[in-house]
Design a protein around this ligand. Structure first.
Ligand SMILES: [Zn+2]
Ligand SMILES: [Zn+2]
Length: 397
């Protein structure tokens, strides 16, 4: 397949084959969250080979590289590529399939890591006004990596951040850079119901946690139906329910877990609060104690107008306006890039990764892979995002 000419000419054949080899090596040797040592070493070596010398390991198995801009005093911009794999047995049949049983790059982070290195190469040749930090982030899949990068302090003082995700629902050469909600918050809850056990024939001697559980399961459905603004998407799903050991025993405890998804911080807080309030109130009405644990995961991603404008300008400059396409559906999956966006203005893009007439394969499936050419589109667009943002920020500085 052919790349857009504007992208292809940025990658002479020697650089092109180096990057393809890097992607294939990472794909063949996938590593799980916070175990990406071999991947990190490979990325450090690749950056140094491309002439990027200011490279450090951070956040356990992460890497940061600084690509010099034209002006040392101009605002600094960051680009992020995540690098971890998933505990899935690969079934793509690719010649460079995973050599690690039960572990594969089923979310395309092999390509994200490679396009971040490729963007560093492009920015070395054609620098931004200010320095650009290339963040190779571990542990996206566990939702912990972005927090570890933030804790390292490497992003302190950074003025904008950009990242993207491969997506086979879009062709190679198409990019989504929409303003507004792009990924959902992904929080979990756990409810332990503590009553009093008794013989199944003598309910009056018990405080039955199963009946309380049944009411709570029904009542939690009303959060989306009755509490959430109908114009705002949200999900409350109960995924596990456990209680009891025999037909004639009222157990002492019952247990349930679930997930809450939202695309706006306000509705996220409302739904989590309601899970706790409703569960405790119903349990208490039945003489049962509800111990509710809310585990806040990744926040939603809501692309703000300013940084999205820069990203759209960059994608348009690289690919043409006709290839900057709308997402066209609501994404309720989570993405830990959201943690950066709570601290630094930025934009998260979807980068088309399907060959012409190729199959749409969902991420996290054993047959998922990103088309090789998406490396170059992702790199060219992200490098241009850094240049556009860096220029705009230094003018307004
Ligand atoms: Zn994933
Ligand atoms: Zn991913």
């Amino acid at each position: 397949m052919t790349l857009p000419a504007s992208v292809e000419r940025q990658f002479p054949s020697a650089l092109n084959s180096r990057l393809v080899a890097l992607r294939r090596a990472i794909h063949q040797h996938p590593e799980l969250a916070f175990h990406e040592s071999e991947t990190a070493n490979r990325l450090i070596a690749a950056l140094r080979e491309l002439g990027v010398d200011d490279v450090h390991q951070i956040a356990t198995t992460g890497v940061v590289a600084r690509v010099r801009g034209v002006s040392r005093s101009a605002p600094v911009v960051a680009l992020r590529g995540d690098i971890d794999a998933l505990p899935i047995q690969e079934a793509t049949g690719l010649p460079f399939s995973s050599q690690v049983p039960g572990v594969m790059h089923a979310c395309g982070h092999d390509v994200h890591a490679t396009w971040a290195v490729a963007a560093a190469a492009l920015l070395t040749q054609s620098p931004a006004v200010g320095d650009v930090l290339i963040i190779l982030q571990p542990a996206e899949e566990t939702g912990k990596g972005a927090l570890a990068i933030l804790e390292s302090g490497v992003l302190d003082g950074v003025s904008a951040i950009f990242g993207g995700h491969v997506d086979r629902r879009f062709q190679v050469g198409q990019v989504v850079a929409d303003e507004g909600p792009l990924a959902a918050s992904a929080d979990t809850f756990e409810i332990e119901l503590v009553g009093a056990g008794a013989h199944g024939a003598r309910p009056h001697e018990a405080r039955d946690p199963i009946v309380a559980l049944a009411s709570i399961v029904s009542a939690l459905q009303t959060i989306v139906a009755r509490r959430l603004n109908p114009a705002t998407p949200g999900v409350v799903t109960i995924g596990t329910v456990h209680a009891g050991s025999a037909p004639n025993i009222i157990p002492e405890r019952a247990h349930l877990t679930g997930t809450v998804r939202a695309v706006e911080p306000k509705s996220r807080d409302l739904m989590l609060g309601e899970v706790k309030r409703i569960s405790e109130a119903i349990a208490s009405g039945m003489g049962v104690e509800a111990r509710v644990t809310l585990d806040r995961g990744t926040p939603p991603i809501v692309n703000p107008p300013g940084a999205t404008h820069w990203a759209r300008a960059a994608a348009t400059a690289v690919l043409g306006a006709e290839n900057v396409v709308p997402l066209g559906f609501l994404n309720l999956a989570g993405e830990d890039f959201a943690h950066y966006m709570e601290r630094v203005p930025g934009c998260f893009l979807r980068i088309g990764a399907c060959e012409p007439n190729g199959p749409v394969i969902p991420a996290h499936a054993p047959k998922f892979y990103a088309a090789e050419e998406s490396i170059f589109v992702g790199a060219a667009v992200l490098a241009e995002c850094a240049r556009v943002a860096s220029h705009a920020l230094s003018v307004s500085d």
